[in-house]
Design a protein around this ligand. Sequence first.
Ligand code: ADP
Ligand code: ZN
Length: 686
Amino acid sequence: MVKKKKRWTIRCQIIIYLKTMHVNVLFPINSEAFTYLVPQELQSYIKVGFRVEVPFKRTYKTGIVIAIDRKPSSTSLNKGTGKLKKSITLKPVKSLLDKEPFLPANILKLITWVSQYYLSTSGLALKNAVPSAFFTGKKAGKPRIVYEEEIVKLKFLNLTSDQKRALSKINSEDKGVFLIHGVTGSGKTEIYMRAVKSLPEGKQAIVLVPEIAITSQMISRFRSNFGDEVVFLHSGLSTGERITQWQKIRTGKVKIVIGVRSAVFAPFSNLGLIIVDEEQEASYKQFEGLRYSARDVALARGKLENIKIILGSATPSMEAYYAAKSGTFHYIQIDKRVEKKTLPEVEIIDMTKELKDTFSLSAKLVDALKQNVEDHKQSLIMLNRRGYSPYFLCTDCGHTHKCPLCNITLIYHKDTNTMNCHYCGSWLNPETLCPECGGKEMKYLGTGTQRVEEELNRLLPELSLERMDRDTTQKKLSHHRIVKQMEERKIDLLLGTQMVAKGHDFPEVTISAVISADIALNLPDFRSAERAFQLFTQLAGRAGRGDLPGKAYIQTYEPDHFVFDYVRNHDCIGFYEKEINQRKELSYPPFSKLIRIIFGFRTKEKAKKIISNISTVIKRMEHNNIEILGPAPAPIEKIRNLWRWHLILKGRNAKTLRMTAREIVFKIDHLKDVKVDIDVDPINLL
Ligand code: ADP
Ligand code: ZN
């Protein structure tokens, strides 16, 4: 009797077993996947990579199937007993939205890698990888012409011997990472295009660029060689355009994607090559949400898909340079410009010795600019600070205005007559009386791009100029309009933030200048020398790319800073050798890996109390050769009304480092009133 009953139960379970199918569905939200039942009528159609509509919190939501399980999946089983849990009633999938997989398997793999490496969730990785419109049911739209009115077909150039050498090295291997370390104007774009051209039939390529403002020339060159085989992905696309472009990529209708950061997730299923131009650029790293580096994700995708990666730069990151030197990457050095053009002479201008009759421009630079206008040549000036003036100060008591939310000095913008916070975007109207002491002598101190523009217009009225910074390039395509004006020689001078320093190829520019080098030199960050060296070298590299030689001027109050010795001589290698020793001594990247954990609190008092709890947790942990610095207040104490503290974890082994970070986060999970953010491979510690 007893036996019979048991057999009957087993038979029942087998029937359930055969009829049950579960899928794990991922949504573009900060979470892992959820499990759903698949109704019988859908079972023979559903596949991994399909989009499905499922019930979610009393409504319906679109997600992606990332796994199919014909057995009751682990979440629906009681651990150990193998019996179906009574408490969980799984909801069924409502409908399928695709007839073939929407997301190729390689992208699903990449999403998993990203979520694990960055200690994030697969859902957040998905959100970054796929345009949100695909989950909200928006319709595709016809893309507008972004750049050229028509595609001018150009021939590939005859390669220089350096370019030939680079290309044959790249073509001699079918996987691995190549670092092209080629001086500014050495013709890297031509090498990129040839490398794409050399791909076997049917293979696809992604070209990553740091920001759209410096990309329009690269796009034009690719378009003139590859025509409609290229699409451009950037943040300025409308939803409809984004959908259209993405579909073209997914279905293999195009061969090449050029794009910023998130283009690394382009859903090609037969990828052969990823190129990362200006690989050292900070803008490859996302600063909020999923803090991924597109360069590093490209390297990971290269490994996962067994393909070639080309990193290109005139000033590679210390990490890339070190990897190349130690044989992890193939190293290709080009130390000459094409057609024997010379690198510009660099002059460091000591601002302590300058007469103070202008706010920011040395007499020498003004003279040189004046001469250049007379000679019908173009100039390019960088000041890495937008707005009019960084300090609005009471000359009686010294009071400066800070953002009430961010504890950061507000920057005065003259065009809008507001004091703006460059961190959170909030603004205040400037007051005529000091709010602290009632004093009437409020003064603007220091210079931003708006003020230099005003000064140049006053000193050199004959000179026509355009300003390019985040304020003038907010509108779609406005950066392209400015670049075009420069190309067509409609203006004499381009003034702007670091946006003007990189990438551009304007043959008529013979003078490039940095107004205040000191901004870059004095950041409290172990990478500040590296950044400054890269920025000045790039800026100098904009001059003298055409027939006439160029000259670069760098204004500074610290002319003896060691960085200038190397900038002056275009001595990249010398700089690296010096800097790498520093890094080694202090055991900073590339000799270690860093993870930064940022804690945010509503009040200063809460911060103190909770931080002491966090410290106790950390003290009790085993450290496995991981150095833990902090918790300490972050250099920027408050952003968007959150008081910030941070921990920096440093170690040689990336895996143990990640494990330790995860353990810390796990152990403080029960603490309330604290927002925890993890930054794997942080690129600033502010
Ligand atoms: P980089 O990216 O290395 O700074 P670019 O790719 O912008 O340099 O090239 C600099 C300039 O040299 C461009 O105007 C480009 O058209 C030109 N150029 C590149 N390769 C050749 C070549 N083989 N022959 C003639 N001109 C070239
Ligand atoms: Zn603010």
